[in-house]
Ligand binder design. Structure first.
Ligand code: NAD
Length: 339
């Protein structure tokens, strides 16, 4: 079959990028899937081997460098999954975060302008201000985050760079007619997360239960009352597939996506589920002090995304944890070297 359409996944050797690359290669037979990733993370090198096995080529290039702009190939779609995604790290490593989250977006836009590529950007729930989360947390009848929720306010340096990327995309779209979709996502989880702190809560909690290693409830009284929604990575990928296939009709839109109400839980509830599935009860300490970068609450409303694509998450928390556990157990030995 002649494949004249192509997809470049920026950050294709990351957790989201690799899962997405494999999914799209399988599902969209008339597209060729490529990755660009500078392999700075140890786990990206592990994921590169998975891409190789699936015959997906990676350009080993820093997207913020001139070399990226010199890639000759023109892509029909660029999906931007490249970033330094660790919120807490962003205060210590601010120049890295600017480079890997914002300069990368600028270069992706420059290349998309030249090649007339369409852009799908993976943004974050952290573009919403910390205060907005506090406000919603205090409400008895919790109201969820959507595309109209206020974005003005302090949001962490990570959140700032993601939001600045969104604004930059809109500016480039206005002037250079680049068509885009922005997906603001809450927690995404699934295989290829190695239980590292910076890879997110779900994988960390499950890994440490599996290994019976101590955990801490940090902040908001130290009781584990923070609430998050959780999206399984294949559900996320199924949405991106829909967005690619309908892109000519639906573009220049922002969507707030996530596990939603049905896939949300407190940290304490997550502990219970991890105990049930691993049969382990690691000690959980309590740290009173709240990090200046934490938020107590995020659940996506998913109303707009459901209306536009008839999409909603299919995989519930119980199955997500089961699938994650299978992966963590299966690749136990390989995972060890990431600690
Ligand atoms: N994982 C989540 O829960 C979650 C939630 C919301 C949004 N996101 C967003 O999804 C995207 C992917 O996150 P992830 O969890 O897969 O992170 P990840 O760290 O696993 O993957 C990011 C990849 O980008 C690559 N990268 C970073 N800077 C680069 C550069 N300058 N040049 C080339 N490659 C570079 C890294 O090497 C890595 O492989 C990010 O944009 C993140 O902000 C993730």
């Amino acid at each position: 079959m002649m494949k004249n359409k192509s997809i470049l996944i920026a950050g294709g050797c990351g957790f989201v990028g690799t899962n997405l690359a494999i999914y799209l290669k399988k599902e969209l037979k008339n597209f060729t899937v490529y990755s660009v990733d500078n392999l700075k993370k140890t786990y990206s090198k592990f994921n590169l081997n998975i891409l190789k096995k699936n015959k997906i080529m990676n350009y080993n290039i820093d997207i913020s460098s001139k070399k990226f702009l010199e890639i000759k190939k023109k892509f029909t779609f660029v999906i931007d999954c490249s970033a330094d995604p660790a919120v807490e790290n962003s205060r210590k490593e601010s120049s890295n975060v600017f480079n890997n989250n914002l300069k990368t977006t600028l270069n992706i836009l420059e290349k998309s302008k030249k090649d007339k590529s369409n852009l799908i950007f993976i943004s974050s729930s952290r573009i919403y201000p910390i205060d907005e989360s506090n406000k919603k947390f205090r409400l008895k009848d919790k109201s969820y985050f959507d595309e109209k929720t206020n974005t003005d306010g302090i949001k962490t340096l990570y959140g700032f760079t993601k939001y600045a990327s969104e604004l930059l995309i809109k500016e480039y779209s206005y002037i250079f007619n680049i068509k885009y979709i922005i997906n603001r996502s809450g927690i995404i989880t699934g295989p290829l997360q190695f239980g590292k702190v910076e890879q997110g809560l779900i994988s960390l909690w499950l890994w440490r239960h599996l290994k019976n290693l101590k955990l801490n409830y940090i902040g908001y009284g130290g009781n584990g009352y923070q609430i998050r929604d959780v999206l399984y990575v294949d559900d996320f990928s199924s949405l991106i597939k829909k967005q690619i296939l309908t892109f000519s009709k639906i573009n220049n839109q922002i969507f707030c996506i996530g596990g939603g109400k049905n896939n949300s839980l407190t940290l304490k509830q997550l502990t219970k589920k991890c105990q049930e599935i691993t049969k382990n009860h690691p000690r959980i300490g309590s740290v009173q002090k709240t990090s200046k970068y934490d938020i107590p609450f995020f659940i996506s409303s998913n109303k707009k995304i459901k209306k536009f694509y008839n999409w909603s998450p299919k995989t519930n928390i119980k199955i997500i944890l089961k699938k994650n556990l299978e992966w963590l157990k299966k690749d136990n030995k390989k995972i060890k070297k990431f600690f």
